[in-house]
Design a protein around this ligand. Structure first.
Ligand code: NDP
Length: 244
């Protein structure tokens, strides 16, 4: 596909869900994809599948909350393929709960993965993209970057932050395209770390109209495939039947 073939595309949160689907779709369209997450077995399996289908893929284990680890992930991609055209900062966690449950460690985890993880990705690629004279930074926000509800205060706060960081970066960038991907409810492993029983039931209800991760992968492909002077700033993708 135009403007996708041979691009070096790094993807965090690539071991499942939206990241996995996006890695497979971009590779099927000729991109060289570099997958990052913490679960080696999952990454190995996905890379194997992509290669078996004729695609080009590498992986490196990365914890996005660790700035040096993220830098090593991006430099791994650059060493392999000489450049980094795109980063898809997609890793995220969502242990929803009411604030008065005081799950303060889960608040910290969301802030670390969802905000620091994205900032670490930006810090790792910016010098490379500026030296190359271009690139694209795609950050996964959410419909939770546009609305707050009970149990989602901290999660939404992290996604509002991703939105704000992305839009600030866009305004500061002349050669680097910045894209926010804001999915509605998607059937993935997200939320499997919810520890509050009533919140688990709420998510199960929401998931009844969930999209497949491929719906979000299509949005990423669209944003990447545009000409270099076209920056798709945000794509919001909701299930047709969902009010949220
Ligand atoms: P998944 O749980 O399937 O994927 C999350 C990914 O993040 C996994 O690959 C996980 O891999 C990775 N991850 C988590 N913590 C870390 C870490 N510290 N370092 C590196 N990787 C990490 O969920 P989704 O695919 O749904 O989530 C992808 C993104 O989409 C998230 O940012 C999420 O907030 C967002 N989103 C999802 C929606 C949905 O309904 N599913 C709706 C709106 C937004 P591993 O455990 O191997 O490290």
């Amino acid at each position: 596909m135009l403007n996708v073939e041979n691009k070096v595309i790094t993807i965090t949160g690539a071991s499942s869900g939206i990241g996995e689907a996006t890695a497979k779709l971009l590779a099927a369209n000729g991109a060289k994809v570099v997958l990052g997450a913490r679960r080696t077995d999952k990454l190995e399996q996905i890379v194997k599948e992509i290669r078996t289908s004729g695609g080009t893929a590498e992986f490196k284990v990365v914890d996005v909350t660790d700035r040096q680890d993220m830098k090593a992930f991006i430099h791994f991609a650059k060493d392999k393929f000489d450049r980094v055209d795109v980063i898809f900062n997609n890793a995220g966690v969502m242990p929803l709960s009411l604030l008065n449950a005081l799950k303060v460690d889960e608040w910290d985890k969301m802030i670390n993965v969802n905000i620091h993880g994205v900032l670490n990705g930006i810090a790792a690629v910016l010098p490379i993209m500026e030296a190359q004279g271009g690139g694209q930074i795609i950050n996964t926000a959410s419909i939770a970057a546009h609305q707050v509800g009970p149990t989602s205060a901290v999660y939404s706060a992290t996604k509002y932050a991703v939105w704000a960081i992305s839009d600030g970066l866009r305004q500061e960038s002349k050669n680097i395209r910045v894209t926010i991907i804001s999915p509605g409810v998607v059937e993935t492993e997200l939320g499997s770390d919810i520890t509050d029983e009533s919140t688990k039931g709420f998510l199960k209800e929401l998931r009844k109209t969930a999209l497949k991760p491929e719906a979000i992968a299509n949005a990423v492909l669209y944003a990447v495939s545009q000409p270099d002077d076209v920056d798709v700033n945000e794509i919001v993708v909701r299930p047709t039947a969902s009010a949220f």
